[in-house]
Design a protein around this ligand. Structure first.
Ligand SMILES: [Zn+2]
Ligand SMILES: [Zn+2]
Length: 347
């Protein structure tokens, strides 16, 4: 990461800027003024923006009260108020609303603005809705119906729960800025493009490619059950459910793996080889190829999801065993997983 920080040292015996305040020393007295950086473009919320009217009026009011609070002299306040009047006019605020806010700030005693005000606690139950210009009548509708409901009902608990009408609070609806800008760079997730069809990986020495089934459907020829593969991948896909189909008798074995599919299939190959050499390993596929002396098979990727954990994979393995009816005698699978056991373990 390149650090491109620049520091400015400002030295003056007569004035200093701190946050949004410019403090000047004039004839032994301190005078305060509004300070804005030269780069500040004063891009306030546009008046035609899709926000509740009271938010825009509140912005005007708070800005002119801020100027009133900061400016120690009335003449400076008037000067700054006129500048901000132009900024707001540039953002299409009606002149009448701007002048109303200026007059309100002028009429407010500056000393009262310098005191800390305590907010009055509000116990009203909030009714939170996404803002839309067509629902501005909602507060009055709630108020009107609240009275009817409370007065005409004998429900004590309703009156206790809502001693006052619920207060409508607007939340921001989804907007382009939220969708396009991510404030926390570590949260940015690059979405992997999921191919919907199965395809060979075409790595030069991949041993799975020659027996990888690229069809978008899969059928258990014994049970005659078929599925459409919606979540395809390739030999390098991990966290997946797969089917091994015997080339000789078309019997199917459904399995799951968290590893790369090509690695898992290499494991099956090795088990079959060892089993045929007399090494007893109770693995369904190995047993089948040993007992029937069948040799070749092909592989189909049935489903995958990078967010799956072991329990999810066992669950989907069972699901595909059931969907395709690959339990013996219609396939090589000998049993369902005791999925409940796994879930309890996870808890
Ligand atoms: Zn491959
Ligand atoms: Zn077979």
């Amino acid at each position: 990461m390149k650090f491109n920080l620049k520091y400015d040292v400002n030295f003056s015996k007569s004035e200093v800027n701190f946050l949004d305040v410019k403090i000047k020393l004039i004839n032994g007295k301190l005078q305060t003024d509004v300070f804005t950086k030269a780069t500040d473009a004063h891009f306030f919320l546009r008046f035609n923006s899709c926000h509740p009217k009271h938010s825009k009026i509140g912005l005007l009011k708070s800005q002119f009260l801020r100027i009133r609070r900061i400016c120690s002299d009335n003449s400076i306040f008037k000067k700054r108020a006129n500048e901000f009047k132009l900024y707001f006019q540039n953002r299409d605020y009606p002149l009448r609303d701007i002048e109303f806010a200026i007059n309100f700030a002028s009429a407010t005693d500056r000393n009262s603005l310098l005191n800390k005000t305590n907010k009055i606690a509000n116990d009203r139950v909030p009714c939170v809705v996404s803002y839309h210009p067509s629902i501005t009548r909602l507060p009055s509708i709630i108020y009107k119906n609240y009275k009817n409901i409370i007065e005409n009902s004998n429900l004590d608990y309703l009156q206790k729960a809502f001693p006052e009408p619920p207060m409508v609070a607007y939340k921001q609806p989804p907007n382009l800025k939220n969708k396009l800008i991510q404030t926390d760079i570590f949260k940015v997730k690059v979405k992997k493009q999921i191919s919907t069809t199965n395809h060979k990986c075409n790595r030069s020495r991949c041993k799975l490619c020659p027996i990888f089934n690229e069809s978008s459907n899969f059928t258990n020829c014994i049970s005659k059950k078929s599925i459409t593969i919606r979540n395809g991948g390739n030999c390098t896909t991990s966290n997946c459910i797969y089917a091994i189909t015997c080339n000789d008798c078309k019997y199917v074995n459904i399995g799951q793996t968290g590893r790369m599919l090509s690695d898992r299939i290499a494991g099956h190959r090795s088990d079959i080889k060892l089993s045929k050499l007399g090494n007893e390993k109770a693995i369904e596929t190995a047993e089948h190829f040993k007992n029937f002396n069948h040799s070749g098979f092909n592989v189909t990727l049935l489903d995958h999801n990078s967010n799956w954990n072991i329990n999810d994979r066992l669950f989907f393995e069972d699901l595909y065993i059931a969907k395709l009816k690959s339990l013996s005698p219609n396939g090589m699978n000998n049993r369902h997983n005791d999925i409940v056991k796994y879930f309890y373990k996870a808890i």
